[in-house]
Design a protein around this ligand. Sequence first.
Ligand code: HEM
Length: 410
Amino acid sequence: MLPVIYHRYADKTNYYLQAVGAPTAFTCLKHKDHTIARRRISGPFSAALLPRIEDKIDTWLHEWTDKLRDEFSETGESKNFNNQTIWLVYDMVSDITYGRPFGFLATSSDVNGIINCADSNELFQNAVNMIPSLLWLLKNTWLGHFVLPKRDHLQEAKRLAVLDEVDSSTGQGLNIPRMLLKAKAADGTSMTIDEVASESRILLTGGADPIVSTTIELLANIVGNPSCYEKLAAEINEAECNRQLSNPVATFEEAQSLPYLTACIRETFRGAETTITMIPRAAQKGGVQILGQFVPEGTHLSATPWITHRNRAMYGEDAEIFRPERWLEAGSEQLQQWKKYDFQFGYGSRACPGKTIAHMAIYKLSLQILRAFKLRRLNEDCARGDCFTRHVDDKSQRDLGLSIERLRGE
Ligand code: HEM
């Protein structure tokens, strides 16, 4: 069914209507407009940039682990472990995106409310996604004051995205706004400052937030399943003893060579809540037959990974359960099928261009934490047996109640 809904000529529906800021590749409704917009943002996702991105991630992970060791694990304190992870990822992604960190870790705070702005955007987006006509009401009445993202946060994101960075001639490093401003469409036109600001902001929030959520879900799944944690710790320990992992930070390639870690990451992606919402497309011209039923043109059709990744015909009777071993037991035909219907990063021509960057960040960050610290649940009542972690995308649930102890790297 996925190829029928997410074919290359599928238009997005008004579920994606945008309240503020210039339209982006992500919010283009018509597939023809999207083709142009996607080409214009392709530069930052080129494979040639990956080594530079990995260098940035290494620097951040090295400094962060040292800081955590000093400030945190020596006292046995556990509070703010989640905040530390969220701030690290937002600093890391802002450094990758804008050529400098926004200072979340340095100030131990949500600088200019940017993370909060991403959350209020989400609240608004969820409402409009379900009832698109709400957009008019929210934009034109006092109701919008409470729900729409605050203007000053967006202005701030824009200032940081463009004015502050592009006007300075000094920065020679990775700077995506600058890269986007230089990019030309096939007809020779460039993006406007507003378009660059919107695209850059989406890269920051659309990139950082799912990386944080998935990493926290991964750690919660591991700590919540002691036998998995034991196997993973043994695998990492063996790799350390065999000198398979670089210091102070393992390379992406080294991290991917650990089979059980890979299985845990794949299994977390399978059950993750990062894309629990719909990803709708309009039924094509002339309508379409789905499961023997005629669906008229323009009907909103959607699948969600939350459902497809729990399909028992595909993953077995225990599809609801976090069991990384399934990825090690599966034959090549089975793995091929799972790969084909892997939906966490979307499907078809509008699938996520940041998939490799996200994988790189999640592999390296989770391995770095597991190498350096022993994670423990503070509240044993939270132990969840073999179930998937629930609702970590909800901010209030993000606090895993984990404590960390120094493990290596004295
Ligand atoms: C675990 C991490 C991530 C997940 C689960 C994820 C998921 C997704 C999904 C499901 C879509 C398609 C949405 C749709 O069809 O409506 C998407 C699109 C997109 N993602 Fe990601 N993403 C992640 C990380 C990133 C990162 C790190 C970046 C950038 C650095 C990024 C940039 C984008 C962009 C620009 C689009 C719009 C693509 C288009 O419409 O052509 N994502 N992402």
